[in-house]
Write a protein that binds this ligand. Structure first.
Ligand code: URA
Ligand code: ZN
Length: 362
């Protein structure tokens, strides 16, 4: 059984919401190409110096038509998918609108899953600009929806990042209801690090480097604020094989051990270290496109904690009339190269782990 745990939708309610907006994030048909809508979501994609026809990305039905998701799954031999709203979720909504919007979008996604029994599950969306008690209420509601298996979240939390103590009631509710957090980047790094020539390089720097570093920093802040010491059963699935976490875990741990400020405040002793958390609380997707990164993820977390993903509908083939997606085949190829003859481990990563961890029906 093959399960895709990293695959997005913008359900119709969310598309309508983006179409009503004029600042990032939004969907718009520009005058110079009125027949094709564009999805503008990333910070900086709205730069007036960029021609409107290359701002953001074209958005077609593959982003919101669930039948196209299932056709994509069929083409790539994916049996089940755990769909999630794509970035930037509801982070940008005024607080008084967020609770209602989350309920509508989650119900919308739950309804999409119900159309394809056994094939679709979902991670819900939280109204993170609302007060923590509204967020907790939605977590409790999601726990009762048949197809929900956790929540997708960005790195901003309630506005101050994931090391914010104000998130504790939310972490507590997620732990209590055994809802996994799928932690996914959106904001990248400040655009100044990409330099004055950044717009010559398309989306490469923010997607290839900004996204993974954002994730790595967010998890490290959770570690430093001892989230997992307070919530030892809180589980987090990290997008893109943990960003760069598997590669940098040793350095992070060493910097903690050698930090005089942390020592003075008694924070170097009696804490759970990153290696323990990687093997107990963290799951990694296998969306890394090469066996080099996948092997680092495997060494850090173990084959029982890695799960196949595609990131569909992002990264479609650019060549016309290509059927299978290169991005998907790169992830399949990385798994078969990393595991060689160890078919059992490859099958774990391709679907058996997701089935067990996310309690999917056979
Ligand atoms: N680009 C995005 O904005 N989100 C993804 O998930 C992948 C690429
Ligand atoms: Zn993604």
């Amino acid at each position: 059984m093959i399960v895709d745990v990293h695959t997005h939708v913008y359900p119709p309610t969310y598309v309508e919401l983006l179409r009503r907006r004029t600042t990032v994030p939004y969907i718009r048909n520009f005058e110079d190409a009125p027949e094709s809508a564009r999805l503008i979501i990333l910070p900086g994609e709205d730069d007036p110096a960029t021609p409107s026809t290359s701002r953001g990305r074209p958005i077609g039905a593959e982003y919101y038509d669930i039948a196209q998701k299932v056709a994509f799954m069929d083409m790539h031999k994916i049996d089940a998918s755990v769909i999630s709203l794509a970035n930037p979720w509801l982070d940008f909504l005024p607080c008084e609108e967020a609770g209602d919007a989350a309920r509508k979008i989650n119900d919308d996604v739950e309804g999409l899953c119900a159309k394809y029994p056994g094939r679709l599950y979902a991670f819900g969306t939280l109204p993170l600009s609302a007060p923590a008690k509204t967020v907790v209420k939605e977590i409790e509601r999601l726990a009762g929806l048949e197809h929900m298996r956790g929540v997708i979240m960005g790195t901003s939390g309630l506005g101050n990042g994931l090391d914010d103590p104000a998130l504790d009631p939310i972490y507590e509710a997620l732990q209590k209801h055994e809802q996994l957090i799928f932690l996914h980047p959106h904001y990248g790094l400040p655009s100044s690090v990409y330099g004055p020539r950044a717009n010559e390089y398309g989306h490469v720097l923010p997607l290839a480097l900004g996204f993974p570093l954002e994730t790595t920093i967010a998890v490290t802040r959770m570690l430093l604020s001892q989230v997992w010491d307070r919530f030892p059963k809180l589980n987090v699935l990290l997008a893109h094989s943990g960003g760069t976490l598997p590669f940098l875990a040793g350095r992070i741990e060493s910097c903690i051990r050698h930090d005089g400020h942390l020592k003075k405040h008694g924070k170097t002793e009696g804490r759970r270290d990153i290696w323990d958390i990687l093997k107990t609380n963290i799951y990694l997707d296998a969306v890394i496109y090469s066996e080099v990164g996948l092997k680092a993820a495997l060494d850090a977390s173990g084959a029982g904690r890695l799960m196949f993903g595609t990131d569909h509908p992002f990264f479609p083939p650019l060549e016309e009339n290509t059927k299978e997606w290169h991005s998907v085949n790169a992830n399949y190829g990385a798994i078969s190269k990393a595991f060689g003859n160890n078919e059992e481990a490859a099958e774990q990563v391709l679907g058996n782990n997701a089935r067990r961890i996310l309690k999917l029906s056979p």
